[in-house]
Design a protein around this ligand. Structure first.
Ligand code: FES
Length: 86
């Protein structure tokens, strides 16, 4: 089983940090790379209706992360690798 990592590539997310997140795979360990499938996806419709939450959004497995950055996403991937004993 792989953990799907969806990086929002919509305009709001892209300008708020999504562009950097698109290089995520360069920052992952070999173990992390083995366990994830990374996809860029169109606007996930969270940019305007999440109260108090801000772009960029990344969905790791079934966890929606706001104000995502490479470190936060790496930590969440590690947490899910442990949780799912991958
Ligand atoms: S641009 Fe990312 S949620 Fe809309």
């Amino acid at each position: 089983m792989k953990i799907t990592v969806k990086i929002c590539m919509g305009t709001a997310c892209y300008v708020m940090g999504g562009a950097e997140l698109a290089t995520l795979s360069e920052y992952l360990s070999p173990k992390q790379l083995e366990c994830v499938e990374i996809k860029g996806v169109p606007c996930v419709d969270a940019c305007f209706d999440q109260k108090g939450k801000k772009p960029p959004y990344v969905i790791v497995g079934d966890v929606m992360m706001s104000e995502a950055n490479i470190n936060k996403v790496r930590e969440e991937i590690d947490r899910q690798i442990k949780e799912n004993s991958l």
